[in-house]
Design a protein around this ligand. Structure first.
Ligand SMILES: [Fe+2]
Length: 157
């Protein structure tokens, strides 16, 4: 069922909608992973890591809304259901239970790295098809890379 008419050709729309849907599930999963670790982190650096994780949650939630609404704008129904996120996210599963602060930071370095790699591929794929969506991916990547830097710095030195 088509409710909203897209300004893009069918071929371009396919490329862009796949990129937006992929970004949506990655960002929803990133917000869930960051909250899971936020609740379960233990260790001497608890407070700083706990607070830093909520900054990632804020970024991921905000940008998940942006990409979902960009899809709707183009006439494509976004799918942010739990089952879809679990089946298609690019982030590996996190283990259950308490997590040491150093491992919490490592989990975020890995998760952010996985999402950034896929987001940069979306930048490459969408430049021709829809520079407006590409611009959104570029902005998201800049924010994610800043978080990635800060978590790498947490475990550096
Ligand atoms: Fe909290």
């Amino acid at each position: 069922m088509y409710v909203v008419k897209s300004p893009l050709s069918d071929a371009d729309l396919k490329t862009v909608s796949e990129a937006l849907q992929g970004a949506l599930v990655d960002l929803v999963d990133l917000s869930l992973v960051a909250k899971q670790v936020h609740w379960n982190v233990v260790g001497p650096r608890f407070r700083s890591v706990h607070l830093q994780l909520d900054e990632v949650v804020d970024t991921a939630r905000q940008h998940s809304d942006t990409v979902a609404e960009r899809a709707s704008t183009l006439g494509v129904s976004p799918d942010g259901r739990a089952g879809t996120v679990a089946a298609t996210s690019g982030i590996g599963a996190v283990s259950e239970g308490w997590v040491k602060d150093v491992d919490a930071v490592g989990t975020l370095v890995e998760a952010l790295g996985a999402v950034i790699t896929r987001m940069r591929e979306r930048i490459e794929e969408t430049g021709e098809a829809d520079p407006v969506s590409q611009d959104i991916f570029i902005g998201i990547t800049a924010d994610l890379e800043k978080h990635h830097w800060m978590f790498q710095a947490e475990n550096g030195g």
